[in-house]
Ligand binder design. Sequence first.
Ligand code: IFM
Length: 479
Amino acid sequence: MTSETPDKEFDSMFNMWNPYNNLMTYAWSRAASLVYSGERDGLGYRDTVQDMLGVLHSIPDEARERLELMITGQVSNGGAMPVVKPFAHNPGKEKAPDENEYRSDDCMWLFNTIPSYVKETGNINFYYKVLPYADKDEDTVFGHLKRAIQFNLDHSGKHGFPCGLSADWNDCLVLGQDGETTFVAFQLRYALKTYIEIAELLDKPEEKNWAENHLKILDENLEKHAWDSEWYLRAYRADGLKFGSKECNEASIFLEPQPWAVISGHTNLEQSQKLLDFVNKRLSTDYGIMICDPPIEKTDPKVIKARLFNKGMKENASIFQHTQGWVVAAEAIIGRGDKAYEYYRKFMPSAYNTNAEIRQTEPYVYAQFTNSTSSPRYGASRLPWLSGTASWAYYTAAQFILGVQPDYDGLKIDPCIPSAWKEYKVKRKFRGKAFSIIVKNENGIQKGVKKIIINGEELFSNLIPFEKMKENNEVLVVM
Ligand code: IFM
């Protein structure tokens, strides 16, 4: 897929460097990193499943093989092996991890990647494909997804949220077996919403009902126990200690649950706007959005390990790059294209071509984090290449900004762009067919498609159905 937009720096990332970064990250996982080497000798579950989001369109068959490998890394209780060893993995015969080795977010990422693969390829039968679990038994891919949900329902705490276990996405929170994570609670909400869509697609009303009931209960618990008057809490420890609450002196707000409240569909438009405005007020800097604030200086590392990092670095209140795409997606979901793009450019490497002395990292590659306001190196980025940032940056640019969204029945076009963009072009291959798309935005709006004409024929919605597609397609989109 290539773009021709009014922003040449965006195009250079999107057409060349970001896809290259995606392929490198996919190929090497974290194995070639000086920081991670020695720590693991296989594919980390959560990182690998997310990395695939950036390559599904370019190498779908190879990505499917990797995806199947990761699905067979799921244990029969629904949780995942933290690391899958690509050469030694022996599905059906692996030893299940000890209870305290599971991470609560690992299998939740399957709900982003599996539907993306099916929508990209149209291979709906993939949901019926039977694959073994890591330790014993087998199931369809749809069944694997259900067990992933069941795992977090079975490992829920007293507020009805998934337990933190060995870690949720943020490796530095010490939540333990019985502490609870609101971030994974929002991931679980996203999983239930996605499961409902798949159950509808496969015509499984009982499954749909099952998920709808759980979703309703989870929504109630989130409003009752996760809302902290202006933002969502990050977690509860088993003894009731809150993380990311106005009651905390340090790290009183964490970023992760806020965009996921929007992405998961939990908040309505008005709530989403207020929440994201608050994120802007509390966490936004010149170079992106901080992961938490204020930084951690006194809290015991037994509570938050991030204290071991200098303030303003890594999980200790840096501008953690992986999370930036989530905020871009959330802003685009509520139609604020100017804001989404402003955030996108703040962490876009090529935006630093002429001030590389600030970013201090190659201006064509994503990094793990940027030093934030509390660091003496404010603006400097570190740990380039092997970070989940690349795939999320690409995925949000392609699907949420340029708005080219593969769907089960065709290609949906739903851009969310800066009002200053009056026109842009995209070229893309989709299921073997070529598309040349021109988006016109003479009225300078940020979101909303008025008209789509494909090969001279006007459509009645913003989905281009598969039946209307020829080998080569000319598409005009009017916003
Ligand atoms: O989510 C993790 C990732 O798995 C490894 N790098 C740090 C991230 C945030 O803690």
